[in-house]
Design a protein around this ligand. Structure first.
Ligand code: IMP
Ligand code: MG
Length: 173
């Protein structure tokens, strides 16, 4: 067995990503976005989403990891940072999943300190039940229950990121 139960199919994902891209394109009509993907997890969602946008986009990335030491503190490390000068720009942060919210909140504050004109956050998945830090999220692909999921960029121990769908991770996988 390499996957658990499929939670979101390729068809569901494609349809929802197209809807999100339409919403984002109409909200930013006439503006240029700096789309900042948070790696590694967001790579697949990021690529699908930004190629469906109909506004000008500059691409950039942050590579980060978080080490959750207890249920309430996370040590977020940034291994690679945005290279564009983002002061005065419209920033769209794109992440795979909002779980505790600790990493997104950390990255949001880091980006805000560089004086962008605006900052919005788009996540593919939202596991609201797990939230520990209240971070404002502007675009959500899917709300999901409190289960560990893999695929479409998300991993378990660095595996399963290449699955084109979202599956619930099962230990026997
Ligand atoms: P945070 O807890 O919101 O800071 O989430 C940090 C990161 O943990 C996310 O960007 C994901 O990379 C990872 N993560 C959280 N939940 C899951 C999951 O269900 N599957 C795979 N990765 C997850
Ligand atoms: Mg991860």
């Amino acid at each position: 067995m390499i996957t658990g139960k499929t939670l979101l199919s390729v068809e569901q994902i494609n349809k929802r990503v197209a809807e999100l891209a339409n919403n984002i394109s109409s909200d930013y009509r006439g503006k240029e976005i700096v789309a900042v993907g948070i790696l590694k997890g967001a790579f697949m969602f990021y690529a699908d989403l930004i190629r469906a946008l109909s506004v000008s986009v500059k691409v950039d990335f942050i590579v980060s990891s978080s080490y959750l030491k207890s249920s309430s503190t996370g040590d977020v490390k940034v291994h690679y940072d945005i290279k564009e000068d983002i002061a005065g720009k419209h920033i769209l942060l794109i992440d795979d999943i909002a779980d505790t919210g600790i990493s997104l909140n950390h990255i949001r504050e880091r980006v805000l300190s560089q004086s962008p004109e605006s900052l919005k956050i788009c996540v593919f998945l939202d596991k609201k039940e797990r939230r520990l830090v209240d971070v404002p999220i502007d675009y959500v692909g899917f709300d999901i229950p409190n289960e560990f999921v893999v695929g479409y960029g998300l991993d378990y121990n660095s595996n399963f990121r290449n699955l084109p769908y979202i599956a619930v991770f099962k230990k026997e996988m």
